[in-house]
Structures are given as C-alpha cells and as structure tokens.
Design a protein around this ligand. Structure first.
Ligand SMILES: [Mg+2]
Length: 121
C-alpha cells in the first residue's frame, strides 16, 4: 500500500515542522503549506489524502480554506487544528471531518488522522 500523504497548513513554522516530524514518524508522507493560498495551490498540483488545517492564519483563514477545499474536492478529509476551542461553535467548522485543539500532546492528532485515513482506504 502506498503511503498516505498529508498536507499540513499552518502559518507557524514551528508547528509545521513539529507535525511533519511526528507524522513522518508514523509513516505518512507530508507536504507543507504556510498559508491557505499555498495549500490550494498544492492541492491542485498533487494528490493529497488528508488536509491538516490551522484556523488562525493571516490572509485566508482556515474556515475559508475549508470552504474552498470542500467546494472543489468534496470528499477530501479535512482536520481543523486550533489553539482556540471556541471555534467549534462556528458554523464554518461544521464541514470539517474532525476538530482538534492544539496541545503539546499529539496523540489525539495522530489518532484522529489514523482513524480517518483507515476509513478512507
Ligand atoms: Mg495560526
């Protein structure tokens, strides 16, 4: 089975690199995007199995990126990540497949990703 590819979208480099390291350790291929614009470009260019999406970013925020991704690729799994639990109430986040509050413990993130990708394969 080919390895699954995850697109990590976050404006903070430290988060991108941390998630990349952790997810590569789990056996996934990882692609990085520092903004919503970059993420949409990457999705047009290559096959991605799951998008890990930060909400709070300058320019296009994650809720807008989510809307555009689901408009074009409606079956693309999107996991929203944020430091702010209150976004869960935002209607724009309902369309995501999962919602994760950022923490130093990445177990929830890894479990969620693995569950979604297993379902999709
Ligand atoms: Mg951010």
């Amino acid at each position: 089975m080919a390895e699954k590819k995850i697109l990590i979208v976050d404006d903070e480099e430290g988060i991108r690199l941390l998630y990349k390291e952790e997810l590569e350790e789990e056996g996934y291929a990882v692609e990085l995007a520092a903004s919503g614009e970059e993420a949409l470009k990457a999705l047009k260019k290559e096959h991605v199995d799951l998008v890990l999406l930060d909400i709070k970013m300058p320019g296009m925020d994650g809720v807008e990126v989510l809307r555009r991704v689901k408009e074009k690729w409606k079956d693309m799994p999107v996991v929203l990540c944020t430091a702010y639990p209150h976004y869960k109430q935002d209607f724009g986040t309902w369309a995501s497949d999962a919602y994760i509050v950022k923490s130093s413990n990445l177990k929830e993130l890894k479990d969620t990703v693995s569950k979604i990708l297993k379902k999709a394969s």
